[in-house]
Structure formats: C-alpha cells, structure tokens
Design a protein around this ligand. Structure first.
Ligand code: NAP
Length: 310
C-alpha cells in the first residue's frame, strides 16, 4: 500500500491546532492532527474562560476542548496521540515521532507552550509532591491548608482565586510592586479575604523532609528574608514555547516561532499558530484566529504549488 501523503499535518491539539483542523477538514484537505497527551492544551486545565466570545458567564476550558475535539472529528480530521520529534523541510515534509514517520504537503505547528519552572533551590525535589503548576488539577489536595502562589500575571491571579475556594490562606508573592494581571482579575481577587499579596518578594529556597515545610522568601528591595510555613506552592511565572522538536523554522531569542501575519514561517509549506508563535496576545480567541488563518494559508500553498507534489 502506498504511504499516505496528508495535505496537512497539524501538531498540537489546543485551540489553535483544533481550529486549524476544523478549517482544513472543511476545505476537504486530508488532515492529520498529532497531539502529545490530550486535546485541549492549556485551556483544558482552565476552570473558567470568561473572555471567549459567545459564552456569557464563561465556559469551562475542558468542556470547550471536548466540544472542539468532537467538531474536529465530525469534519473528518484524523487525530493520533504521539509526540513529534522532528519536522523535515522539502516539498513533502516528514514529521517523525518515536512510533511513526508521517508525510504531508503542509505542516501547521500549534504545539503551544509549557509552564516555566521557578528555578530555586529545593524546587526539583518537590515537583509533583507539594509544587504544582495547575490549580484546577491540584487545588482539592489543599483544602483548609496554606498555599503560596508565585507570579503576578493572569495565570497567578486567576489560579489564586480558584485556590481560595479550597485553601485556608493563599499568599501570592510577586517580584515587583505591581501585578501584571488584568484589572478585572485584580479587582475580583480583592473580594477574597483569604488571598494576600506580598510585593517585591521572591522565593529563595524551599525546604522540608518528606513534604514542604517552609519557603524562605526575601524582599528584593530591603533584602530582608523570612520563612513562610506553607503546605503547597503553585508556580505561575510564565511560559516557554514547546519548540523542542528539531526543525529549521526561524525562532526569536526566546524560542517562539517567527511568522508573518498569514502564519507563514521561514520555511515554505510550514505554518505556525497559537501560543507557540511570536506575538503579543496569547489568548484562546487569538489561538483560534491563528489556527483559522494558518489553515487557509496552507490551503492556498497547496493550490499554488500543486506541481511540487507530483
Ligand atoms: P506571564 O503573563 O508571562 O506572567 C508571568 C509572571 O511571573 C509575571 O508577573 C512575572 O513578573 C512573573 N515572573 C516571571 N519569572 C519569574 C521568576 N523567575 N520569579 C518570580 N516571578 C517571575 O505568564 P502567565 O500569567 O502564565 O500568562 C501567560 C499568557 O497567558 C499571558 O499572555 C496571559 O495573558 C495569558 N493568560 C490569560 C488568561 C485570561 O485571559 N484569563 C489567564 C491565564 C493566562 P513580571 O510581571 O515582573 O515580569
């Protein structure tokens, strides 16, 4: 049997990748979506998306991910669960995973981002056992306990609000004197009496024998150190692009894929969409928009370059 050459291989099953798959499948392009773990991406571990248009009152991220996945399948795209290791250049691209080598005329990279570690002493020892990167996943373990949230962006404040419904006390430490999070989140946070913020504060060291016992924090201005007794730490200090697979697409200094406004990368026939690309606003709505644009660009690329695939 001849090896299948897909019209489009989409890497990543978050909102960008799944939207791209809906568009390519509706354009009747033979589409394969490769997802590492489960569809939904970071959205799937978000309790409430309240700024995605059309869902007044918000929608649970996992629920939206499940609906999107069903839509992708209904339009006829194929989904496989595997981790991409490399993407080759050439007229026909080869996408390799540990289990297979897939071929396609176009590739859309929508592999998203992963959470950044804090990088302080003691962190490695307690990851998965006291240190978490997902409140929706782990908050129930901290019922009536004291938790620390590190970070000052949308994730830190949104997740602190979620944690406050379980924990006794939630302390946010932020390295500056002003939170980066959206104003609406900061306002909402004020209504939770069990959330407090320590500004100009960083974590220096996490200690404990079996479990976390304390975190030593310091004030970046006064250099004064103090120990905080906490049961768990939730780290939200930003994101890193999932560009660890080998490919020659041009990246910026932080590792994000550089594209033009039509989602074209530096390599013809390879497109990027969503959080993995260099851009200003990383939201579900912009990921979906990128996915749609990348799919249309892939469709045009195939139509304009038919002779390359003979
Ligand atoms: P982020 O916006 O990059 O914020 C990271 C925060 O961590 C910043 O406040 C930063 O401080 C701090 N930080 C970075 N490195 C640190 C370190 N080594 N030690 C201590 N603090 C450190 O990341 P995010 O909050 O995960 O959000 C990522 C993207 O997703 C953003 O585009 C965000 O808007 C989006 N998002 C949106 C929503 C929503 O719309 N509801 C929810 C979640 C995430 P500085 O402020 O000093 O740089």
């Amino acid at each position: 049997m001849d090896k299948i050459i897909y019209d489009a291989i989409i890497i990543g099953g978050g909102p960008a990748g799944m939207t791209a798959a809906i568009y390519t499948a509706r354009a009747r392009l033979n589409t394969l979506l490769i997802e590492k773990s489960g569809c939904g991406g970071q959205m799937a571990v978000t309790d409430l998306l309240e700024n995605y248009p059309g869902f007044n009152g918000g929608i649970n991220g996992f629920e939206l991910g499940t609906k999107l996945e069903a839509q992708v399948k209904d339009f006829g795209a194929q989904i496989v669960y595997d981790e991409v290791e490399s993407i080759s250049e050439g007229n026909i691209k080869t996408v390799k995973t540990p289990n297979a080598a897939y071929q396609a005329k176009t590739v859309i990279i929508a592999a998203g981002t992963k959470v950044k570690n804090l990088g302080v002493k003691g962190e490695e020892k307690f990851i998965g056992n006291g240190i978490s990167f997902c409140a929706v996943c782990d908050a129930p373990f901290y019922k009536n306990k004291d938790v620390l949230v590190v970070g000052g962006g949308d994730s830190a404040v949104q997740e602190a609000i979620y944690l406050a419904k379980f924990a006794k006390n939630v302390t946010i430490i932020h390295r500056r004197d002003e939170l980066r999070a959206a104003k609406i989140l900061r306002e909402r946070m004020l209504s939770y009496k069990n959330i407090s913020v320590m500004y100009n504060t960083v974590a220096d060291n996490i200690t404990g024998s079996e479990k976390i016992e304390k975190v030593t924090v310091s004030n970046v201005k006064t250099k004064e150190q103090k120990d905080l007794k906490v049961d768990g730490i939730f780290v939200f200090v930003g994101l890193l692009p999932n560009t660890t697979f080998s490919s020659n697409v041009a990246l910026d200094a932080l590792g994000y894929i550089i594209t033009d406004e039509n989602m074209k990368t530096s390599i013809p026939g390879i497109f990027a969409a969503g959080d993995i690309r260099k851009k200003q606003l990383r939201q579900v709505v912009t990921a979906a928009s990128d996915g749609a644009q990348a799919a249309i660009s892939a469709q045009h690329y195939i139509e304009e370059n038919e002779k390359l695939f003979i």
